[in-house]
Write a protein that binds this ligand. Structure first.
Ligand SMILES: [Fe+2]
Length: 567
């Protein structure tokens, strides 16, 4: 007992000493609200009355910085700075000047890259469910090593389960997260877009009735570098743009009716104000022509309807309402990023369509758990589900400037690489037209004697214009190492060869014709005119057709086979 008391005294002395001479920041700095030309940085100072300003520079030494205005730490000692006038698509470093002295403490320094202005390819990371009290914190180092443009934290950033009207209780949670060695280092290196779930809002399965609701909301606004929040004082929903991708983040906790309530049209996971905003955001994104809309939807969308289920299955009436809205307004390019379930999962729309009579097959991507114990929730998921920890999602967006973007989702596990992969293209055009992609399949052939074969039927009496592609070398841009080097595409009507191709842009004419067909179809553009990808634009009359892809040089590899019925 005495030994313990002595140790405790020694620890107290050390911590007092470090408060006097150490960093002026509690936890660490973090950045967010990044746009092509601006950033917001937040920090918590050790005392009130400190005069602080932010320096942002392209140089790690912070030479020739852009300065924010000076802020004095006050209630909660939080400070927040926004700097404008930056250059798009540029790496920046930042730091704090406190009382006229530029600090060099590690936890006062960070970096970020401004977003591309318009067209641009990039990588984002997303994940949920990290408990700083658990082991296996190297997942945060792994995400940092990916150097994503943005890290979307989908909630359960911690498991403190705070439910209180005391702001200091909520502030302490942010201090813990930002002060954690691995996690804090990630937030200093990569800007964040953060949406809470239950454990980091007000406790397990918490909702709008939680005692701590208003305090959680207000400390979020104080401590998090967030995008503009739609509602003053209300739910913390936000929307922003990265390149040509619109991101809409919904708060499914602080305005939610209890899941135990019986189903009715007024039972809501978003609350009526947030839902009206969400619908308007979807319409605006459609009208602005964004090729991809990411809905940061922290909780499982796919789950059986059941009162009491802490998923969208517990708000099944509202789920149908949202699905019908998406279908009726022809918003076909919404992809869900989800967490809560402690696993990786992909659904390509097979199980996610809750519109009455169908018509809203949404792509659903789950990226979790950071460090929490593995579990499954909801489903089924067409592309599989992998419960586990040390896991996160990567979404790569390839934008060559056409009407669509190509995307690759990687469900990552530390030390094991990509455990789940899903490649898809997303187009604004499909918002205004019926679904155009009839067939899109990624398959491998093992050698000269192997082939990928698929079929389709033209049922209309009049001829249809059809675009058929066998993507090989361009897949390398998605990081597919064994992309087929020379896919050979052949189309048959019965036994009769209709057309064949093994290098899509044989001449300038073919290149112009096909590129315009890619754009009309909403298909991603091919990276080089000299690439050995295959593509055919055909006028086909009524009948059954077979498409065959072989490896022209006999080497094994993967090919993406696509068939589009052109409008
Ligand atoms: Fe969780």
């Amino acid at each position: 007992m005495r030994k313990f008391a002595l140790l405790f005294l020694a620890w107290t002395l050390v911590s007092v000493a470090s408060a006097q001479t150490g960093s002026p920041v509690v936890g660490g700095v973090w950045s967010g609200n990044v746009t092509p030309t601006s950033v917001t940085v937040a920090a918590r100072m050790v005392t009130a009355g400190m005069r602080v300003r932010l320096l942002v520079s392209t140089n790690p030494s912070l030479a020739q910085p852009v300065y924010s205005s000076t802020v004095t730490s006050s209630g909660g000692n939080g400070v927040k700075f926004t700097v404008q006038g930056l250059q798009p698509d540029t790496d920046y470093h930042y730091g704090l000047e406190v009382g006229g002295v530029i600090r060099t403490d590690e936890n006062t320094r960070g970096r970020f890259t401004t977003f591309p202005l318009g067209r641009g390819s990039f990588k984002i990371a997303f994940a949920s469910c990290g408990d700083y009290r658990h082991g296996g914190q190297h997942v945060y180092d792994a995400i940092r090593a990916e150097q994503p443009l943005l890290f979307i934290n989908l909630g359960d950033m911690h498991y403190s389960d705070t439910n209180s009207t005391e702001p200091e209780d909520y502030r302490a949670n942010y201090d813990q997260v930002l002060g954690h060695r691995n996690q804090g280092a990630l937030y200093r290196a990569v800007p964040v877009a953060y949406m809470w779930d239950d454990h980091d809002y007000a406790g397990n399965d918490s909702d709008s009735t939680a005692l701590g609701r208003d305090t959680a909301r207000s400390v979020y606004r104080e401590r998090v570098p967030h995008y503009p929040i739609a509602s003053a004082g209300g739910a913390i929903a936000q929307a922003f743009t990265v390149g040509r991708v619109r991101v809409i983040m919904t708060d499914l906790r602080s305005a939610s009716s209890p899941v135990t309530q019986r189903e009715s049209p007024s039972k809501s996971r978003m609350g009526s104000a947030q839902k009206a905003w969400f619908k308007q955001e979807l319409i605006s994104a459609r009208d602005a022509g964004y090729p991809l809309v990411l809905w940061v939807n922290p909780d499982p969308w796919i789950a059986p309807a059941q009162v009491g289920s802490d998923t969208w299955g517990g708000h099944a009436t509202e789920r149908v309402e949202i699905a019908n809205f998406i279908r009726d307004n022809r918003i076909a390019n919404v992809v869900l990023l989800s967490g809560d379930m402690h696993g990786l999962a992909v659904d390509n729309g097979t199980n996610s369509d809750y519109a009455t009579g169908g018509g809203a097959p949404l792509t659903v991507l789950h990226g979790a758990a950071l460090t929490a114990e593995p579990s499954t929730k909801g489903g089924p998921y067409s592309g599989g589900v992998l419960p586990g920890r040390g896991q996160y999602g990567i979404l790569e967006v390839y934008d060559n400037g056409g009407p669509s973007v190509a995307c690759r989702f990687l469900g990552m596990r530390v030390g094991e690489g990509a455990k789940l992969t899903h490649i898809f293209s997303s187009s604004a055009q499909s918002s205004k037209e019926p679904a155009l992609v009839n067939i899109s399949t990624l398959a491998r052939v093992s050698g000269a004697d192997d082939a990928v074969v698929t079929g389709f039927v033209i049922s209309s009496a009049s001829a249809r214009q059809v675009l058929i592609r066998a993507i090989g070398p361009t897949l390398a841009a998605f990081g597919i190492a064994d992309a087929m080097k020379r896919p050979e595409l052949a189309v048959f009507n019965g036994e009769t060869l209709v057309a064949a191709n093994s290098a899509w842009a044989g001449d300038a004419n073919a290149e112009i014709l096909l590129t315009s067909a890619f754009d009309r179809a909403g298909a991603f553009r091919l990276i080089e005119s000299s690439s050995r990808d295959a593509a055919l634009l055909l006028n086909l009359s009524q009948g059954a057709y077979t498409v065959r892809v072989k490896s022209a040089d006999g080497t094994p590899g993967a090919t993406l086979l696509e068939v589009y019925d052109l409008p």
